[in-house]
Design a protein around this ligand. Sequence first.
Ligand SMILES: [Mg+2]
Length: 234
Amino acid sequence: MEKKIKAVLFDLDNTLVDFMRMKNIAVELAVDYMLNAGLPGEKEEIIKEIFKIYRKTHIESQTALEELIINRLGYLDYKILASGIIGYQRGRDMATYPYPRVMPTLKELLRMGLKLGTVSDAPAEQCYNRLARLHLIDWMDVVITFNDTNEYKPSPKPFLLALQRLKLDAKEVLYVGDWPERDIVGAKTVGMVTVFARWGEHPDAKDTGADYDINSIEKIVDIVKSINEAEDKT
Ligand SMILES: [Mg+2]
């Protein structure tokens, strides 16, 4: 017998916020600003080099621009670095916003009396930074970042910590994410009800293993209602 859903937890990047679009826009502006400050080279090739650094280190690397400038000039030119950082921040501020229908869906879930939260692999600083930009911090009953467990999904640890903080059973929680191997596998392992977000970074994923597979975030409202109403009848 199923239990009633009492909370909906979300992956953050590429589920609530279009992270890769933000990253692409921020990097493009960073490069424009650095070219204006005197960095030699071609725009497209520099953009590629920055993403190569991200792949080699981490997509959240805070030193990618420094590394790029040193690679190109042999030393760190602070005029170029400062310009790049300003360009990056302007792009990031402009391009960090929720996917369509995120806000009304979350509002409806709150209205239905559900708790909300996020289980993210992002470092705490970047995770809270994005939640603040999205104006979502106050709506979240629980926020689990990489720093809370030092383990990435699909490790059960971040999911279990979320359950512990919510004081809920796994079957009372719906988990929504866009990365089958990390989000769906991890949430399933601990026993949560899983929803695959097909609008994220893996739109062509096959055999996601999720209990539900949706193209639009507002479908979550129907899923919760159908589970909870079925439970009412038993
Ligand atoms: Mg994601």
